[in-house]
Ligand binder design. Structure first.
Ligand code: CA
Length: 238
């Protein structure tokens, strides 16, 4: 159950990831084909799957699709590791329910940091971001969303957001640190202005950033994929 399953058909890359996962103190296993991955996931559900997309027999997206379709595999976190040119596939993967992704060539340090983050968030021992379940606090309270009252404070001051902006921000902050695709954002918006397009999402994000003022930079554009809200204020770009 605590095993990290690495699905990677290139032996060198699989071994590299296995080495680093091992260094992190997690038992790791590498499988090199989609079918063997699917078999393994069913026999002995791993703690997390690090998933390449281009694989012999069953591709990574199909594995993801199957995992999310079955109760016993649905909650297993999935980290996609894929070539940079496969951004469209990454978007599909995230929409199928993958939790995060790293593009190849990757820095093992970054991959392990993302893995730790994902393990922490899915450990069941995660404490809510704010003690009050109906409030989400980002970057040490730089902005706080009160879900019950539909109320947002920025730097301690209340700021007016439209219904769509509120929904979009809620979608992003409900998974801080993780990218949400434009379609996931669109799906999260309710109400009269539910007819959103990718372009209107971008327009809303611009407006939200402006309203967040000095904290607007916490909403990062993930090129070709979507948007992500940072958990903490940081100056380093990836
Ligand atoms: Ca591959």
């Amino acid at each position: 159950m605590e095993t990290i399953l690495i699905v990677e058909d290139e032996p060198d890359i699989g071994e590299l990831i296995r080495f680093h996962v091992d260094q992190e103190g997690h038992p790791a296993q590498v499988v090199q084909s989609g079918l063997s991955a699917w078999e393994k996931i069913n026999q002995d559900p791993p703690r997390l799957v690090i998933l390449d997309l281009m694989l012999p027999d069953l591709d990574g997206l199909e594995i993801c699709r199957r995992m999310k379709r079955h109760d016993h595999t649905r909650d297993i976190p999935v980290m996609i590791v894929s070539a940079k040119g496969e951004e469209a596939d990454i978007v599909v993967g995230l929409e199928l329910g993958a939790d995060d992704y790293v593009t190849k060539p990757f820095s093992p340090k970054v991959l392990m940091a993302r893995m730790r983050n994902l393990l922490r968030r899915t450990s069941g021992a995660v404490t809510p971001i704010a003690p009050d379940h109906n409030k989400i606090s980002i970057a040490d309270g730089s902005f706080v969303i009160d879900l019950d009252r539909h109320h947002i404070t920025v730097g301690g001051k209340p700021v007016e957001f439209t219904r769509s902006e509120f929904d979009i921000l809620h979608c992003l902050v409900s998974k801080p640190g993780f990218v949400r695709t434009r379609d996931q954002i669109i799906a999260s918006v309710h109400g009269e202005s539910a007819v959103l397009t990718s372009r209107t999402v971008d327009v809303h994000i611009t407006a939200i950033r402006r309203k967040l003022g000095e904290f607007g930079g916490l909403i990062r554009t993930v090129r070709g994929v979507g948007y992500r809200v940072e958990e903490t204020i940081q100056n380093d770009a990836e």
